[in-house]
Design a protein around this ligand. Sequence first.
Ligand SMILES: [Zn+2]
Length: 261
Amino acid sequence: MTITFIFHGDLPGLLSVKPDHNGVVRHTTYRRASIKDMIESLGVPHTEIQVLRLRGDKISFEYIVQDQDRIEVYPPTPPCDVCKPSILCPDPLDSVRFVVDINVGKLAALLRMAGFDTAFPANATDNELAALSHTEKRILLTRDTSLLKRKIVTHGRLIRAIEPENQLKEVLWLYGQKNQLQPFSRCLCCNEKLVPVKKKEIEHRLLPLTKKYYHDFHQCTKCDKIFWAGSHRENMEKYLRIFEDIKPENAVNELFNQETD
Ligand SMILES: [Zn+2]
């Protein structure tokens, strides 16, 4: 069988074979296979594909390829709504939540800093990351192509950007989350939502200068850490600069500092 694939957008860059300058790959095989398996054998994980077209019609990943098929392969067009079902993703997510692989670990901290529910399990194996993505319905973010080829991973992103700040922009842009930022509303250590706490309830834990100069505190209900606007503001502002072109009107201006700083 000879199948012609046309890879659009930045998908040619993910191929393990060399396409022509129009992203066209002519693939010869003797094996009957689903379109998902065939495209993944060429290097592109199924999570990177939003639409497959055969003679103009949308087809699913289960389609069994036939001789002389000519298949158009499209990457996601931002903003991607992961909460809507599609032919390729019939089981939508309930909300935009993430699980992050260690190979983009700094991205996990930035997502939490921006207020997104982000799982970042320590020492997780690929099996565990894939399972977590599946059971908790989280978007799996990684630079590991093979991890995203697993069938149970329905939503994921092979992160293209190298710098963590650009990785954050890539994710917010792709999933249309630019206006959903809630900076410093979530514990950076364990992902829980922070809640306001009265100073008198926690002042025995504060260092003298913190106690003297700061009055508004938030606390993580899980790990008990205390956060306040404070002396490490400069450091936090350095990170906040990455939000400049995407900062929403209702962004929380208050910056938080950790108890242990
Ligand atoms: Zn915590």
